[in-house]
Design a protein around this ligand. Structure first.
Ligand SMILES: Nc1nc2c(c(=O)[nH]1)N[C@H]1C(S)=C(S)[C@@H](COP(=O)(O)OP(=O)(O)OC[C@H]3O[C@@H](n4cnc5c(N)ncnc54)[C@H](O)[C@@H]3O)O[C@H]1N2
Ligand code: MOO
Ligand SMILES: [Mg+2]
Length: 408
């Protein structure tokens, strides 16, 4: 055996897709199974636990799409018709008297016997109160038929749907006051590093303010998670052990910092003792040293500490993981191809996510893309993806992921 053979080769970087695939598989292996029944007012941001089936037709009866007059086409040969009733939304009509029309308003039930509604703009009311129809009329016009939107018994939403304002509105149209949802994912957030100080306290020598904690706690709450804020963990093995041991039951331990190769990166050491740890080297920039492991059976995701690395790896990898644990099918953010408003001449070995904004129809990038610069993200509207080895030029199409896709 020669000395050369014993030199450890650097491991190839793991592609982003592979990391995501592995995380999603791990999420599927540990689904949140408990559910709870919540009023609509408390269900926003939660995930539907059971398929939602329509218990009625929508609309429940044919109704008028216009303010105007309802009539039976067979009764009309071009002559004016007398008005036999007025039908308002929310009130039951009488069957239409043959040879007459009914005054009707938008959303009101179309009376039995009528098969056509004409908007009032196309009518003339004569001195004797009869109504002349000016335009040609067609059967079914301006009538929204019963069950046009949904038929009783149809599946309207699948289990795994995230409930936003639109989904809650849809549940309300079907008369649901409560929904069965997956219980919240409980996430413990810990920030590691002796240098960290909470905002509001004075900075000592070598110290910086803890930004990752606030960013992650706020973001997790937006995603509908229950957060256990475990505060700052100093760079000390005994304290790291004690903190992990005292977390109680959570579904995920989410840490920042302490996952690289530095001598003060103790989280990894503590996890190795009481669980397992995979230090990934991802082909992603920022965010290369993402860590996945288990501590006494509880999954742990260790995000790199640099604030932009935390942001990118949370948004692109941890968010999908958390959603998938709640059974969400589509966890991928939408991305849009946009013309680049920049040149990227140097091909990289990692996929780069540059903090960018759209201006004049082009993607502009923030001038300082260092992974320590959170200001880049506050300036930006989203992330532009530059693939490994690619060198986009101004005008080339590049994928842009708006932050709005990641933050909710
Ligand atoms: N020799 C090597 N050094 C580093 C490598 C490497 O491959 N070889 N990778 C670099 C990369 S890339 C990253 S990213 C960082 C990741 O380091 P850690 O995750 O271990 O994080 P720390 O070293 O603890 O902190 C990194 C950086 O971020 C600041 N930080 C940490 N936590 C917070 C927080 N809660 N709020 C604000 N800022 C935070 C910290 O002060 C450091 O400046 O490693 C590189 N090194
Ligand atoms: O991958 Mo690190 O996040 O670039 O600085
Ligand atoms: Mg470090």
């Amino acid at each position: 055996m020669t000395a050369v053979a014993e030199v450890s080769q650097p491991r190839p970087l793991m592609p982003v897709e592979q990391a995501l695939e592995q995380l999603l598989a791990l999420a599927e292996a540990a689904p949140i199974q408990e559910t709870e029944n919540l009023p609509l007012a408390e269900a926003e941001g939660r995930v539907l636990a059971t398929d939602l089936v329509a218990s009625l037709d929508l609309p429940p009866w044919p109704n008028s799409a216009m303010d105007g007059y309802a009539l039976r086409l067979a009764d009309w040969q071009g002559q004016p018709l007398p008005v036999s009733q007025r039908i308002f939304a929310g009130h039951a009509p009488q069957p239409l008297q043959p040879g007459t029309c009914a005054r009707i308003f938008t959303g009101a039930p179309v009376p039995a016997g009528a098969d056509c509604v004409e908007m009032q703009e196309n009518t003339q009311v004569l001195e004797d109160g009869q109504v002349r129809f000016v335009e040609a009329l067609h059967a079914g016009q301006n009538i929204r038929p019963q069950g046009q939107e949904t038929r009783k018994g149809e599946q309207v939403m699948n289990a795994g749907t995230r409930l936003g304002p639109i989904e809650l509105g849809l549940a309300a149209t079907l008369g649901h006051a409560r929904l069965q949802v997956v219980r919240k994912v409980k996430v413990a957030v810990l920030s590691t590093g002796d240098e960290l100080v909470e905002p509001g306290l004075p900075l000592g020598p070598g110290q910086i303010y803890n930004s990752n904690r606030r960013l992650l706690v706020s973001w997790l709450q937006r995603l509908g998670c229950e957060v256990v804020d475990a505060g700052i963990l100093p760079d000390d093995l005994a304290q790291t052990r004690a903190c992990l041991a005292g977390l109680g039951h959570v579904d995920l331990i989410l840490s920042t910092g302490g996952v690289s190769v530095g001598e003060a990166d103790y989280l990894g050491a503590a996890l190795r003792e009481a669980g397992e740890l995979a230090l990934w080297k991802l082909a992603i920039k920022p965010g290369k040293p993402l860590t996945f492991g288990h501590y006494q059976g509880v999954p742990v995701i260790g995000l790199p500490g640099n604030p932009a690395s935390t942001l990118v790896t949370f948004g692109l990898l941890t968010r999908p993981y958390l959603l998938r644990r709640q059974g969400v099918g589509n966890v991928m953010p939408l991305r849009f191809d946009m013309p680049a408003g920049f040149d990227w001449p140097k091909p990289g070995s990692r996929r780069e996510y540059l903090r960018a904004r759209i201006k004049d129809g082009q993607v502009r990038i923030y001038k300082n893309q260092s992974s320590g610069v959170l200001r880049s993200a506050a300036w930006a509207d989203g992330l532009v993806e530059v693939r490994e080895g690619s060198t986009p030029k101004t005008g080339d199409s590049v994928p842009f992921i708006p932050f709005s896709e990641l933050l909710s």
